[in-house]
Design a protein around this ligand. Structure first.
Ligand SMILES: [Mg+2]
Length: 125
């Protein structure tokens, strides 16, 4: 399923962001460093920085913790870093992020019918 009408923001925002990130890289001739392995490692590093923000926080306190504007801003910065590397990776690999995500969501809806799983955490078996 790749119907962009279900995304709310449409395809334009992701495509525009991807182009902006590509342009940033091209202007600096950094494409030579953006092989998939290096991008995945950079992505993992940024996920680690995001994880540091919640490390040792009791899970039940996390939402209230990020109600603080400075903490929410910091979370936003790390989430943005993650998204930048994710979109750059997808761009380098030629993956249509929107289509792939819509396909995965459609698959998840089939795998987890609401009547079967409402209120029950998914388990790997
Ligand atoms: Mg960061």
């Amino acid at each position: 399923m790749t119907d962009a009408s279900t995304t709310g923001g449409g395809t334009g925002d992701l495509a525009r962001l991807t182009a902006l990130i590509r342009e940033f890289s091209d202007e600096r001739d950094w494409g030579q460093f953006h092989d998939p392995k290096s991008l995945v490692l950079a992505l993992v590093g940024e996920v680690g920085e995001l994880a540091e923000l919640v490390q040792w926080l009791p899970a039940g306190d996390a939402v209230a913790h990020f109600a603080d504007p400075d903490r929410r801003r910091r979370a936003g910065e790390e989430i943005a870093d993650v998204l930048v590397y994710l979109l750059r990776l997808a761009d380098v690999l030629g993956v249509d992020v929107l289509a792939a995500t819509l396909d995965k969501q459609a698959e998840a809806r089939r795998r987890f019918p609401t009547d079967d799983v409402r209120g029950v955490a998914p388990r790997r078996e």
